[in-house]
Ligand binder design. Structure first.
Ligand code: DP6
Length: 354
């Protein structure tokens, strides 16, 4: 009844921003992303036992308060797993973010993907990727895409019970292995408006949101076509325009939501200048000011240098495309009785057990 998995974040090029069902986390539209390689990853161990009185969760070695409403909502997938497995045992969960910098990278997708894999395996369930994706979705929408590697589509689905809303691989990581994401950190602090609260407000108030919903199905079709054809020029233009479209509806939300800062705008200008003779780099911004600049392997060094020269960019990091979650047989964060094996992430040594 113990399992350990590692999962990695994904960065969308057609973004999810709005729910049609807030409890089941069903989106208003589909989305597309690349799952990142292990430059950024989260390791999670889950143990179930009849001896545990309550679920317990340690994040980066710190015990987390599970009475918090949002945390409880995100962990609803544990009850779904128990129901499916026919068990009532409580769980101990330990999760460690292995990110090489202190910057505020989005970690919920990697964390909840690793949790869905580890928690279902430890409960004795043998789920297919589709079922695991639906579990991850209950924790955080974008996490359903991190259950698969390569280029991934989250299908919005139409059913009220969410049984047709899951992620599917469009192409494996080997399809376009040259793709890189150069991350430029301009602000490492936690965002003021969470994605969950922000997208709810957008759906409720933005006038432009209707236009976005009308634009997305065609965009998803065109983006898949560009990636399958490895047409970077088209992929890049669609990616940048989509990022701006999402940030436009955020600004059109009332009260307005502004995730980009002046440094983000400097990145946009610098990338556009870099692309003067054809698109070789494409920025995209999630619910925060840090830039994800997609490019290809032979341009990654030049893109990184260009980003590092922008005043306000404090760190850069180059990620490739990854294969999705993997199960580990060693390196568990909990012993078989569910006690925490003291651990930490060290920038130069990786995960260390103390
Ligand atoms: C801008 O998946 O974090 O990164 O489902 O409420 O947990 P919840 O939201 P979340 O939203 C991610 C928003 C985004 C776009 C994307 O990744 O598609």
């Amino acid at each position: 009844m113990r399992a350990t998995f590692e999962a990695t974040p994904n960065i969308a090029v057609v973004k999810y921003w709005g729910k049609r069902d807030e409890k089941l986390i069903l989106p208003t539209e589909g989305s597309l992303s690349f799952t990142m390689d292990e430059t950024l990853k989260t390791r999670t161990t889950v143990v179930y036992s009849k001896k545990f009185k309550a679920d317990s969760f340690w994040l980066n070695g710190q015990k987390i308060d599970l009475s918090d409403k949002e945390t409880a909502e995100r962990l609803q997938l544990l009850d779904v797993i128990r129901r499916k497995a026919g068990i009532q045992d409580k769980a101990h969960i330990a999760s460690l973010n292995c990110f090489p910098t202190a910057a505020g990278f989005a970690s919920s997708a990697a964390g909840l993907a690793a949790l869905s894999c580890a928690a279902s395996m430890a409960a004795g369930l043998k789920l297919n990727p589709r079922e695991t994706s639906m579990l991850a979705r209950l924790g955080s929408g974008s996490a359903c895409r991190s259950v698969l590697g390569g280029f991934v589509e989250w299908k919005k689905g139409v059913k009220a019970d969410g049984s047709d809303s899951f992620a599917e691989q469009v192409a494996p990581a080997t399809h376009w292995p040259e793709i890189r994401n150069v991350i430029a950190v301009v602000d490492a602090t936690k965002k003021k408006v969470s994605s969950r609260a922000g997208m709810k407000q957008t759906v409720a108030t933005s006038q432009l949101y209707k236009a976005r919903l009308a634009y997305l199905p065609g965009l998803i079709h065109d983006m898949k076509k560009a990636v399958l054809a490895k047409d970077f020029e088209t992929f890049g233009e669609l990616t940048m325009r989509e990022s701006s479209n999402m940030h436009a509806v955020m600004l059109d939300t009332w009260p307005p939501i502004l995730y980009l800062n002046d440094h983000s705008k400097d990145v946009m200008h610098a990338v556009n200048e870099f692309n003067a003779n054809g698109i070789q780099a494409a920025y995209t911004f999630d619910a925060g000011p840090n830039a994800h600049v997609y490019t290809t392997k032979n341009q990654a060094g030049a893109v990184q240098k260009m980003l590092e020269e922008i005043p306000g960019v404090t760190e850069t990091l180059v990620c490739g495309v990854g294969n999705g979650p993997k199960r580990l047989e060693t390196g568990h964060l909990l012993d078989e009785s569910g006690n925490v094996i003291p651990h930490a992430f060290n920038q130069s040594k990786g995960i260390v057990f103390t």
